[in-house]
Design a binder for this molecule. Structure first.
Ligand code: DC
Length: 210
């Protein structure tokens, strides 16, 4: 079984997807980490993350250790990931890894294009959203909790900027699949979002006879 969890940054996808994976006994993949790791490699090489050959070379060179680096989060990593994620050749390079991951034992995958491109035939697709202000509030609190000084207005502007780039890129833009179930977490905490997601999934999977 494949459960696709897509949506914009800081909507609560990761927390929800990890918990769903535990509940269903499925492996979990945070596909954003792939793009973050590619972005970091490009920066390490001293190149611009918008540089297509440099980004493609970084995607081809990815190693498991790249996914456990300590510097995959934060504004610089965010921007580098968003830039490399807009490059079609990079996306194509990462596609097979994601499909192989899900094909072996089933999986819960979170990202932007899991339900539209990576697994268009997933048994269940959730599209998780929240207002930009609420997502910026969460991201801001997360940064402060990690000891990173951040300005809310700046975080909000970065959230909007990344949304615009993810939604408007020509390849695999962020959008709900036609058969995705929408879950707005603006007014839900993590527990309430999980309960709501389980109700949507129960309805969907029982209609599949699963
Ligand atoms: O989910 P995240 O914030 O870690 O994602 C980092 C960047 O990678 C973000 O700009 C969106 C992009 N991304 C993507 O284009 N497709 C995915 N499946 C996952 C992430």
């Amino acid at each position: 079984m494949i459960i696709a969890v897509d949506g914009p940054a800081a909507a609560g996808k990761g927390t929800l997807a990890r918990r769903l994976a535990g509940t269903f006994g499925l492996p979990y993949l945070d596909t954003g980490l792939l793009y973050r790791a590619v972005g970091r490699r490009v920066l390490d090489a001293g190149a611009d993350p918008r540089d297509v050959p440099a980004a493609l070379a970084a995607a081809r060179a990815l190693q498991p250790a790249d996914f456990t680096r300590a510097d995959l989060r934060g504004p610089v990593a965010d921007m580098a990931a968003t830039a490399v994620a807009a490059i079609g050749d990079v996306r194509a390079e990462l596609l097979e890894f994601q499909r192989r991951f899900g094909r072996e034992h089933g999986a819960v995958l979170d990202g932007r294009d899991i339900g539209t491109v990576v697994f268009p035939t997933a048994e269940a697709k959730l599209f998780v959203t929240a207002s930009a202000e609420e997502r910026a509030r969460r991201r801001h609190a997360e940064l402060l909790a990690r000891g990173i000084t951040a300005d809310y207005a700046q975080v909000l502007s970065e959230v909007r900027d990344r949304d615009a780039q993810d939604e408007n890129r020509p390849v695999a833009p962020l959008r709900p699949a036609a058969d995705a179930m929408l879950l707005d977490t603006t007014h839900l905490d993590a527990d309430a979002a999980f309960t709501a997601a389980m109700a949507l999934l129960a309805a969907k999977l029982s209609s599949h006879g699963a």
